[in-house]
Every structure is written in structure tokens, then in C-alpha cells.
Design a protein around this ligand. Structure first.
Ligand code: GLU
Ligand code: ZN
Length: 286
């Protein structure tokens, strides 16, 4: 089967080095496997998205010498498809309206297992949608399981080996936010399928999304891709680089005079152990 990977950044800020590494990792895997590498701009969180950042993503990738195979998917243009899938789940009575505020959810939540994790306790399950006022739509994982789809999901991660996770770890997931935006999980599985993605490559900070996404793929009858969750790039002191840490951006690196080809080659070298784990050889010499 052909390997199709993807890079799916959100244009909510400039890409930092960790994004660059992730883009190169997916690209290098596709290249080593003789497959394809797709790009998708995940721009449906309208409150946080800025058009200039989508433009910057294109510039940064071009500077790195990464050219996506096939057309770039713009997630906001996919709303009709997202809504059709949402409606089909609603017609199957798998969704319910949740009127809880963030504060309600925090108060009602059972003890979080890690950090600030909030587990939604299903307060609104079975309630009819209110006649007025804002509400979110959640997937009723109780009803889902009654339809024979298990919350317990297992897969073999190409980097991390056999994995098991619970789709209900955070309670019933929101599929449409109270502002009408389709939630990341639903958009992501529909768009991965539409782009023919056979191997989802992304940072292991998103590994907890995978059980919910696999469950949605099953519910919607979508093909199930493989997964490769890579470790995150570390800074000089061994800390994980993240957008919120104000890690160095690719744009700043470019402005400082660095050559995109050199940066890409360095990322490819850093990917080598990952590719070896996945049974692939690095295609680019350093
Ligand atoms: N758009 C997400 C982000 O930038 C990535 C989604 C994914 O790779 O599944 O964090
Ligand atoms: Zn609720």
C-alpha cells in the first residue's frame, strides 16, 4: 500500500522549530517509502486563526524545500463535508446538546488524572437541545458502545509500538463547539480520509487524540490509517519545544541567515532513528 503522510498545521502563529521537525519527519517518511506527503491548513478555529500565518506556513515550507504532493487542503473549505458527517451522527442519535459552561464542567468533573485534564462527566446526556442559548454538541460514547464500537482502541504505532488508549478518557468529546465550529477530532478524521492519508505522522503530544479519532473513523466507516507519533524536538536544555514556550520560529531562523536546505538536512538527520524504527531508510544524504 502506498504511504501517504501529512502535515496539518494550524495558522494560529508562526511555525517554530518543532513544527519544522514534524513537517520534515512526515516528508522524510513519505520520501523514504516512495510515497506522498500532503499539506492541510487546519484553519477552522476562527477566533485564533490569522490569514498571515497561513501565508507564513507556505513561505516556511518553501524555504525548507518541502513541496507538498497534490493540492493543499484548506480545512475551512471542507465545512459542507464536515456538516454532512455531523448530521449523520446526529440522525443516528449519537449526539446530544451540552449547555455546560467551562466552569460547570470544571466543577462537575471527576478528579483529573493528569495535569489540568478535565473529564466531562456526561451531565447533559439525554437532555433535549434547549430552545435558545448557546450549546455544544457532544458524542454520546454510551450510545456509541451500544452500537458495538468500543472505546478501547489498540493500534501499532510505527514509532512507539503497540498502543492502547480509551476514547472516553476525557468523557464524551465535543464534536461541535458552542460557536458552531466543528471540533478538531471530527474535521481531522474526515480530512485525513479525503486526502487519502495512510499514515498519520505527528508529535506524540497528540497521541491522546488517537483513540477518539480511531473511534470516529469506525463510526463513520472511514479507512483507518496507521500512526507514527514522533517525540518532540528538545531545546538545548532538554526541554520540549512548544509554541507556547515562544520557541524559536522558522521565520526568525531564516531572517538570521540560516539556509533552509541545511535546516532540513539537520532535521532529516534527527529523524534517522525514527525512520529506522519504522523500518525505513533515510533517503537524503547529509
Ligand atoms: N492542527 C494541529 C496542530 O497544529 C495538528 C493536528 C494533527 O496533526 O492531527 O496542533
Ligand atoms: Zn453538559
Amino acid at each position: 500500500m502506498e504511504i501517504v503522510t501529512r502535515f496539518a498545521p494550524s495558522p494560529t502563529g508562526l511555525l517554530h522549530l518543532g513544527h519544522g521537525f514534524s513537517a520534515v519527519a512526515g516528508w522524510a517518511v513519505a520520501r523514504a517509502a516512495g510515497g506522498r506527503w500532503r499539506l492541510r491548513i487546519e484553519d477552522i478555529d476562527s477566533g485564533r486563526v490569522r490569514p498571515q500565518f497561513a501565508q507564513a506556513i507556505n513561505e516556511d515550507l518553501a524555504w525548507l524545500g518541502l513541496v507538498p504532493d497534490g493540492p493543499v487542503m484548506v480545512q475551512s473549505e471542507r465545512r459542507p463535508c464536515h456538516l454532512a458527517a455531523f448530521d449523520s451522527l446526529r440522525q443516528r442519535r449519537l449526539l446530544y446538546a451540552c449547555t455546560c459552561t467551562r466552569a460547570d464542567i470544571a466543577r462537575a468533573a471527576s478528579a483529573p488524572h493528569t495535569g489540568e485534564t478535565i473529564v466531562y462527566p456526561g451531565t447533559c446526556r439525554g437532555h433535549a437541545p434547549p430552545a435558545s442559548g448557546a450549546f455544544a454538541w457532544r458524542l454520546d460514547l454510551g450510545a456509541v458502545q451500544q452500537q458495538g464500537v468500543s472505546c478501547r482502541q489498540s493500534w501499532r504505532d510505527l514509532a512507539a509500538g503497540p498502543q492502547t488508549g480509551a476514547a472516553d478518557r476525557f468523557g464524551d468529546p465535543v464534536l461541535m463547539r458552542r460557536d458552531g465550529a466543528i471540533a478538531y477530532h471530527l474535521a481531522c478524521v474526515l480530512d485525513d480520509a479525503a486526502q487519502g492519508v495512510t499514515l498519520v505522522t505527528r508529535g506524540d503530544d497528540l497521541v491522546e487524540a488517537t483513540p477518539v479519532q480511531r473511534l470516529l473513523q469506525q463510526l463513520l466507516g472511514l479507512p483507518q490509517p496507521g500512526y507514527l507519533h514522533h517525540g518532540l524536538l528538545l531545546d538545548a536544555s532538554g526541554r520540549r519545544l512548544a509554541k507556547r514556550d515562544h520557541a524559536a520560529t522558522l521565520a526568525a531562523l531564516r531572517d538570521s541567515g540560516a539556509k533552509g536546505d541545511d535546516v532540513r538536512r539537520q532535521f532529516v538527520r534527527q529523524c534517522a532513528p525514527l525512520l529506522a524504527q519504522a523500518g525505513l531508510a533515510v533517503a537524503e544524504s547529509p
